[in-house]
Design a protein. Structure first.
Length: 399
């Protein structure tokens, strides 16, 4: 076997919407790396995807014998060793979840067709992201794991700024090209990873576990309270706690974001604030796409889940447990509903539909601004998601 294929488990994929509207499960970032990147580094093999047909052009499948691995599964050394020991047509399970299988015909892969007579049960604990809140819930531990993986046998470039103070410098890794000015970095509670060409402007307070990826920026005077990942080319400021920015998104100004996940190509306007705790301290409920209703998270602290290409106007307020679908544009006073459908345009006063052509123009400009290109395969995915999510836009009677 000379490649890995990360497959979408249908029991899990719908629980990870809206993020899996626009990507396979294995393309989600948690910790420093995407799940795909974790497996490639552990197994020293290239990885592809077995996902929804409409995502296939951007996330292709190579038809060759492969080790199929659940795209929601985060690796550790013991799990990697168990998967590497699988023989052809053998599979590894944890209860009713397929973790991995050696498959000779990838195009015919189906979980239900895996022969259970060659099934092995994995005895140890695993980290399987079966719910969208698991992305932030397990982020701190995944930063710790990835930090060891990414920095092994490497030397940090260090910080030359005389006005920056670092606590527990041995747990801070700084990649080449990173610039840090007059900030405080505290890695006593967990490691801090600073990627290539990152800019950390004056007056930042950073507490680990914390990861900021290549080309990203922290605005002046930000407060990063730990268990945070900031993906590549993001611009982040204000106060953030236990949240994940998947990449290419902006929250440049003041405002609080906690226990949340932000997709790619989003912009959170100045003074955007996200509630992560109910006034009565009761557990928070979140929209469940598979169920078609709200489900309990069991969490006292849970913020918002913001899909790709979302724009939030200045002073937007989101309630705890809010889910914002792909391409929504939200603005105005007050708290909007806790499920904001994909391509919604409006706020408390009501919603219209974001016209697809205007959305594409906005998306193209946003991507060009960060040096990326809105490709035809991106347009096709957006068109499919637009059609797929029509039933949620109950105000739109045009279908």
């Amino acid at each position: 076997m000379d490649q890995i294929i990360l497959f979408d488990d249908s029991k899990i994929r719908s629980n990870l919407l809206p993020f899996t509207f626009t990507r396979p499960v294995g393309d989600i970032r948690v910790g420093i790396l995407k799940i795909k990147e974790k497996w490639e580094k552990h197994m020293m093999l290239p990885a592809g995807f077995f996902t929804e047909d409409y995502l296939g052009a951007k996330f292709p499948l190579i038809n060759a014998p492969a080790i199929f691995i659940n795209g929601a599964l985060c690796p550790d050394e013991e799990l990697v060793a168990a998967i590497q020991q699988l023989k052809p047509e053998e599979s590894l399970w944890k209860d009713d979840y397929l973790l991995a299988a050696k498959v000779n015909s990838p195009l015919n892969f189906k979980i239900e067709a895996i022969p259970r007579k060659h099934a092995l049960q994995y005895p140890d604990p695993i980290r399987l992201l079966t719910q969208k809140w698991h992305i932030f819930q397990h982020n701190g531990e995944e930063i710790r794991r990835d930090f060891q993986l990414v920095t092994k046998r490497r030397i940090s470039t260090g910080c030359s700024d005389p006005y920056t103070h670092i606590y527990n410098e041995s747990a801070v890794f700084i990649e080449p090209g990173a610039k840090i000015k007059a900030s405080i970095i505290n890695a006593e509670a967990g490691p801090v990873y600073i990627g290539k060409n990152v800019q950390i402007l004056e007056g930042n307070l950073i507490r680990g576990p914390f990861a900021i990826c290549e080309g990203a920026m922290l605005s002046m005077g930000s407060k990063m309270r730990g268990d945070i990942t900031i993906g590549p080319k993001c611009k982040v400021g204000g106060e953030v706690s236990n949240s994940v920015f998947l990449g290419y998104s902006n929250k440049s100004h003041d405002g609080y974001l906690g226990n949340s996940v932000v997709g790619e190509w989003c912009n959170l306007g100045a003074n955007t604030n996200v509630s992560n705790l109910k006034n009565n301290h009761s557990p928070i409920r979140v929209w469940d796409y598979a169920k078609g209703g709200y489900s309990e998270t069991g969490l006292q602290f849970c913020g918002s889940f913001i899909g790709d290409h979302v724009k939030l106007g200045i002073s937007t307020m989101l309630n705890s447990g809010t889910v914002v679908g792909v391409g929504a544009n939200v603005f105005g006073e007050g708290f909007p509903r806790k499920l904001i459908p994909s391509f919604a345009w409006g706020g408390v006063g009501g919603f219209n539909t974001f016209i697809l052509k205007k959305f594409e123009d906005t998306a193209r400009k946003a991507m060009e601004f960060k040096g990326e290109t809105f490709e035809e395969e991106d347009r096709a995915i957006i068109q499919h998601v637009f059609d797929l999510t029509r039933p949620y836009r109950i105000w739109d009677k045009s279908f």
